[in-house]
Design a protein around this ligand. Structure first.
Ligand code: GLU
Length: 294
């Protein structure tokens, strides 16, 4: 079975992304697993091939290797369609504003879809579809979930349970597109991924994804949500925080020096290559605290 790294190609990877990629590779390789690379380019407006190439080159420069071809999600739409057909779903005509307003209602859980379009009659659906078509918009497609929470296991946090709602599988609007949760689950299954290492900003998605995998008859992977890199204000590191991408860091440091910084952020001193780090890596010792980037 395999681990993976799955970047969205919307710009260069920064220190935090690179550190998560190194961790994903370390966990997979130290467990004797294969390691796959997947480019998550379903958001066609924000993705570019050029970004993907730059990301892959940066990961290679850091000494990460992967098995098999890189999988591009933009080549997988037929598989997403097939998965969608297996699920209980319904069309949703809500705008972002409708959802925001409905979720302000006293009994609605924040951030959860309030179910506005779940029980519309066929006649109401015909009308809503017409209204949207007049605005040149497509309905979204949502999962008809049969529960509101789902349990999963995270190697750093132990047993977890998270909220599940009627989340979107196919995004609507003027440019419909596949939704992240569906694409991730279908592709992790396709690539034989049984270990998902990623930043803990995605911890909230894990219950939905584990539930979706179960509905699709696929095994649920082991999750390892690793702590993020924060800036000195305690916010998630971003490109605006300065010299954080590999090309930027290489302006005044060598590759081994940049690698040493990543290794140091993981608690390992004087390590300047991926192979060296793999020799000493102890998965059980990873800190669960965020790392502050100076
Ligand atoms: N493509 C997502 C990102 O770059 C990661 C998805 C995942 O690891 O499940 O944030």
């Amino acid at each position: 079975m395999a681990g993976r790294y799955a970047p969205s190609p919307s710009g260069d990877l920064h220190f935090g992304n690179l550190r998560t990629a190194v961790l994903a590779w370390l966990f997979a390789r130290s467990d004797g697993k294969q390691f796959h690379m997947r480019i998550e380019d379903i958001d066609e407006q924000r993705s570019s091939r050029e970004s993907a190439e730059r990301q892959l080159n940066d990961l290679k420069s850091l000494g990460l290797d992967w098995d098999g071809e890189v999988l591009y999600q933009s080549s997988r739409y037929a598989a997403y369609t097939a998965a969608l057909e297996k699920l209980e779903t319904y069309e949703c005509y809500c705008s972002r504003r409708d959802i925001l307003e409905a979720s302000r209602a006293p009994h609605a859980a924040p951030g959860m879809y309030p179910g506005t379009c779940r029980n519309l009659s066929p006649q109401e659906r015909v009308e809503k579809r017409k209204e949207l078509a007049a605005q040149n918009r497509h309905p979204a497609v949502r999962l008809r979930a049969d529960r509101t929470s789902f349990a999963f296991y995270d190697r750093l946090r132990g047993p977890c349970e998270g909220a599940v709602d009627d989340f979107i599988l196919l995004r609507g609007g003027q440019e419909p597109g596949w939704a992240y949760n569906l694409a991730v689950v279908v592709d992790d299954t396709y690539q034989g991924v049984d270990q998902v290492v990623r930043g803990d900003d995605l911890l909230d998605s894990a219950a939905r994804q584990a539930y979706l995998a179960t509905l699709l008859g696929a095994p649920v992977p082991e999750y390892i949500h690793v702590p993020l890199v924060l800036n000195t204000n305690g916010q998630r590191l971003a490109k605006r925080d300065g010299a954080v991408t590999l090309p930027e860091m290489l302006v005044d440091a060598t590759l081994p020096e940049v690698f040493a910084r990543i290794a140091l952020s993981l608690g390992y001193k004087d390590i300047n290559s991926a192979t060296q780090l793999l020799e000493v890596f102890e998965p059980g010792k990873l800190s669960t605290e965020p790392f502050i980037y100076y």
